[in-house]
Design a binder for this molecule. Structure first.
Ligand code: SF4
Length: 224
């Protein structure tokens, strides 16, 4: 492993954190505890899912303890994934069927999914230093996607992490559900409320609102 915590990979593969990445002491300590409490879980940084050739990158917050941290695939295993993958299937951005498991055979079409923070945080709340530290992996993912045209940020923290990864100020581009931001490099950033159980239970985000965001994204793809 390099001093930065990056594993050595061929140039064609984006660099990813090692399974025992220790750059965030609080998260690596939580990981160790989870390995004892839940020995069958993934309990490691969750890698991005989908091809680097994709035109759309979906960026969430962080793995859920009994979602991605359990299954090892972003948004897989908990409620947020139910809504996200159902929506991707509806819009032709995934093929197969979603089975809450990383071996369900689901295939993404033209999109890739990652998280701003790759390790599960206590109470689903990463702190600023962890978001900043893990941002190097988000930056590497974005840089490796030659065909990337649209980034969908799920929530305020994702929005900020994407802007930081691109070296852009947050003050000029405020988060708002459905907001569309033009970024340098022919890249468009689209915001949505996160598809968490809390947001859907409180009707802050309805499936219809989420679908409308994907309609906008598909329209953006068509005119590019
Ligand atoms: S959150 Fe990212 S930087 Fe922090 S320990 Fe996990 S993989 Fe490493």
């Amino acid at each position: 492993m390099s001093p930065s915590g990056l594993t050595s990979r061929p140039a064609s593969i984006v660099e990813a954190p090692a399974a025992d990445c220790g750059l965030c002491p609080r998260l690596s300590a939580f990981r160790e505890g989870n390995r004892a409490r839940h020995p069958t879980f993934h309990n490691a940084p969750v890698p991005s899912f989908g091809s680097l050739d994709a035109w759309l990158l979906i960026v969430g917050l962080a793995p859920g303890l009994k979602g991605a941290n359990q299954t090892g695939r972003p948004f897989t295993g908990d409620f947020a994934g139910d809504l996200l993958y159902d929506t991707l299937l509806t819009f032709g951005l995934a093929e197969g069927s979603y089975g809450r498991s990383s071996d369900d055979g689901l295939r993404l079409v033209g999109c890739r999914i990652t998280n701003a923070v790759r390790c599960v945080p206590p109470e689903n709340k990463p702190v600023g230093a962890e978001i900043k530290t893990c941002g190097q992996y988000l930056k590497a993912d974005i840089a490796a996607m030659a065909n990337l045209r649209v980034i969908l940020s799920l929530g305020l923290i994702s929005h900020g992490a994407v802007l930081s990864a691109r070296g852009l100020a947050k003050s000029a581009r405020r988060f708002g559900h459905g907001a569309v931001h033009q970024l340098p490099g022919k890249l468009t950033l689209v915001d949505s409320y996160h598809c968490s159980r809390y947001n859907t239970n409180t009707r802050r985000l309805t499936p219809e609102m989420f679908a409308a965001v994907f309609s906008e994204i598909k329209a953006l793809a068509d005119i590019k």
